[in-house]
Design a protein around this ligand. Structure first.
Ligand code: SF4
Length: 83
């Protein structure tokens, strides 16, 4: 198996789905618990994103963020004020 290294400048096309998921999970694991939204709030936000026409393969077309990371921040908000 090829041992490929990635950096913040890598594009999503450089990752396969499993690598992408593990990077998102790693970012969430690194986030300080005090900065994180409570689980129920996080789930509700992702549910709203899931029904949103701006959602595009895990990113928000309104702001370009990864919604699973944006929704994880306690003080984060939706650019369209949907949550
Ligand atoms: S952050 Fe807001 S605009 Fe973006 S996908 Fe989620 S609900 Fe839609």
């Amino acid at each position: 198996m090829e041992d490929k290294r990635y950096c913040r400048k890598c594009l999503l096309k450089d990752f396969d789905e499993e690598q992408y998921r593990s990077l998102i999970k790693k970012e969430l694991d690194w986030m300080d618990d005090e900065m994180k939204a409570p689980d129920d709030m996080y789930a509700r936000r992702l549910e709203i994103c899931g029904d949103c026409d701006k959602l595009n393969q895990g990113t928000c077309a309104a702001c370009g963020c990864y919604v699973e990371l944006r929704a994880a921040g306690r003080r984060s908000s939706c650019p369209y004020k949907r949550w």
